[in-house]
Every structure is written in structure tokens, then in C-alpha cells.
Design a protein around this ligand. Structure first.
Ligand code: GDP
Length: 331
């Protein structure tokens, strides 16, 4: 799948390697035959310029995948807005600047769909990025991430630095955060319904009305697209990575109930927020510019994620603290 000759003798640095995307990207990168450097967050504090400089000097990467960041659920975002703003802005600034100074050939980073304006019509086109303010609750996080786009363009213009920024849709898959307090809907519901089935619980509570629509993309597909972008894409324009297919939360719940064989009741807790009603992503650029189509259907992706979760229940991230560390954590 990957272009082996592109990766031969390439030195590759991945930050945030222990996070959700990092854990899924590493096997693909290993398979390319590149020389991989994936330090843990205890080995290098990306909030310290000197440590970032030493990391770049010692790893001497040709390619950097900058995936580290402080991320969390809505509760954490509301409680620690300054940490989310400060840490992401600082880390991204230091990483891109030091990568440029260190002569890195290609720099790839990600921002979330939450960086788009809260009012962006669905399916969201990339051109909508600057048309309004994002959801206020997570704006300190999402605007800090969004500065990557401005920075990448600035470094490309002034220094010819090849930095690209990609925007995954609502990702799910192995190594996700399964903490019920701050997980996204797929890991939260896989866990709730699986545990209810195992424990013989009579009902499971699901948030909202079930009417919101989302575009869920399997993390393995996102990682394949990231590798293709690293090989072939060099431009300041962002690219959505998603499926372009939309499903309601109600339909999602039905599918999870089917694959877990859960026989109990589903209770809809309408006091919990629905969030944005329609959130899909336009994937024209993904198809036309990267020549990539997400391959994993929602049914297959849910089955793979459930199988991974059941097999790795003891080590899965079931309890992710809301209190952010001063040092970085992985996105
Ligand atoms: P976002 O709304 O796109 O930021 O992503 P989420 O994954 O947090 O939520 C998507 C939708 O799933 C929202 O409409 C939620 O109300 C709904 N939902 C239903 N049950 C749950 C749950 O247990 N956890 C979460 N996070 N969302 C849920």
C-alpha cells in the first residue's frame, strides 16, 4: 500500500506515539521500513524548548508526525481552558519551529473537526474553516490547534517549509479513550453496552435524543490517509479525512446493540445535550487530492473496535483523569 521507496532510509519522528492516533499509526510506519523514533512523554517534555531542540537534533528526522497534544472531553475543556490553550499553542509552536530549524523535510499534524465554526453547514467543507467561531466550550483547545494552519502557511511562505495539516472526522477504533466521563460516543457506548451485556444489566442509558447525525471514521483509515498525505501532499490547504457518510446516534446504538447481542432496554436521557445536530464532512479533497476513500464500513469498524476492546479490557483506557498534567499528554 505505502510507497516503500519513499520511506527507505527516511528518519521519522512521531510525537504523541502512545496516544490514540499514534498507537494506530506506528504499525503502518513500521511496515514502511523507515527508521522510527517515537519517544514517550516521559522522555521529552514538548513544553520545554530546549528539550524539543535536543529531540530534533538527536532524532534528526526527515519527517515529523506531530500528534502530541493536550486533549480531553467537554468537562475537562470547561474546567481547564487555560491549560488546553497554553499547552497546545506552546507545544505546536515549539515543534514546528524547531522542526523547521532542524531541516525537517516534511511535517504532518492534525486538528480536530471542532476547529470548524460551530455554525458551519454540514457536510463541512474545508473552506469553511475561517467563517466563524468554534463551539465556545472547547474554543481555547480548538483555536490553539487551528493556529497550526496559519503557522504552516506562514512557514511555507517564508521558509519553504513543507508542513501539512489534516482534519480527521469523528474518529473511533482501538486505543481510544473509553472513560465514560469524557469518551466520545462510540467508545462510551461500546463500553456501556458491552458491560451491560456481560453483567446482565436490564437497561443502558444513552445521552440525548438519538437524532444528531455524525460522520464516523475508523482510525485505521485515517492513519492510511495520513501516510498517503505524507508521501504525496505538499500544500497549505487542509484536507478532511472522513467517510462522507452520515448516521444518526439512534442508528449507531442499534448497530452496537446488534453486535454485542444486548437484550436489555435502551433509555434515552434527554436531559443530556445532543450537541451539534448535523456534523458531516465533505471528502471531495480526500478523494481527489489524496486519491483515498475510507474503506472500513461502520459495521466492520464497530466489530473491530469491540473485538479489540474485549481482548484488551484490562489495559484499555477506562479511567482517563480529567486533571491535565503540566507535562503533555497524547491526543
Ligand atoms: P461530538 O458531539 O461530535 O463532539 O461527539 P460525541 O462523540 O461526544 O457525541 C456525539 C453524540 O452522541 C452527541 O449527540 C451525544 O449526545 C451522543 N451520545 C449519546 N450517548 C453518549 C455517551 O455516552 N457519550 C458521549 N460522548 N456521547 C453520547
Amino acid at each position: 500500500m505505502c510507497k516503500k521507496e519513499f520511506w527507505q532510509n527516511k528518519r521519522v519522528l512521531v510525537t504523541g506515539a502512545s496516544g490514540f492516533v499514534g498507537q494506530n499509526l506506528l504499525p503502518l510506519l513500521r511496515a514502511t521500513g523507515c527508521q522510527l523514533c517515537a519517544p514517550s512523554h516521559t522522555e521529552c517534555d514538548l513544553l520545554e524548548q530546549q528539550q524539543v531542540r535536543i529531540l530534533i537534533k538527536e532524532a534528526a528526522p526527515d519527517i515529523v508526525f506531530h500528534l502530541a497534544g493536550l486533549s480531553g472531553g467537554i468537562m475537562a475543556n470547561k474546567q481547564y481552558p487555560a491549560d488546553f490553550c497554553y499547552q497546545n499553542l506552546l507545544m505546536n509552536t515549539l515543534m514546528m519551529h524547531e522542526a523547521y530549524l532542524g531541516g525537517v523535510e516534511k511535517y504532518i499534524t492534525l486538528i480536530g473537526g471542532c476547529s470548524y465554526p460551530a455554525s458551519a453547514p454540514s457536510p463541512i467543507v474545508e473552506e469553511a474553516l475561517w467563517n466563524g467561531y468554534p463551539q465556545p466550550e472547547s474554543a481555547p483547545y480548538s483555536l490553539a490547534k487551528k493556529m497550526n494552519v496559519t503557522m504552516a502557511e506562514a512557514y511555507r511562505t517564508q521558509h519553504g517549509f513543507d508542513a501539512i495539516v489534516l482534519v480527521p472526522g469523528n474518529m473511533y477504533g482501538p486505543f481510544d479513550n473509553f472513560d465514560l466521563q469524557n469518551a466520545h460516543v462510540i467508545p462510551a457506548l461500546l463500553r456501556k453496552i458491552y458491560e451491560a451485556q456481560v453483567n446482565g444489566a436490564e437497561e443502558v442509558t444513552v445521552w440525548g435524543t438519538g437524532k444528531p447525525v455524525r460522520d464516523f471514521v475508523y482510525v485505521g483509515d485515517v492513519c492510511e490517509a495520513i501516510v498517503i498525505a505524507a508521501e504525496t501532499y505538499s500544500a497549505p490547504d487542509i484536507i478532511n479525512i472522513s467517510t462522507g457518510k452520515q448516521v444518526t446516534i439512534r442508528e449507531l446504538v442499534e448497530r452496537i446493540v446488534a453486535i454485542t447481542d444486548y437484550k436489555g432496554q435502551i433509555q434515552w436521557d434527554k436531559t443530556k445535550p445532543d450537541g451539534q445536530m448535523h456534523k458531516g464532512f465533505d471528502v471531495t479533497r480526500l478523494h481527489q487530492w489524496l486519491g483515498f476513500h475510507s474503506r472500513t464500513s461502520l459495521s466492520i469498524g464497530l466489530q473491530k473496535t469491540l473485538a479489540w476492546f474485549v481482548e484488551n479490557y484490562e489495559t484499555a483506557r477506562l479511567d482517563v483523569p480529567v486533571q491535565p498534567n503540566r507535562s503533555k499528554s497524547a491526543s
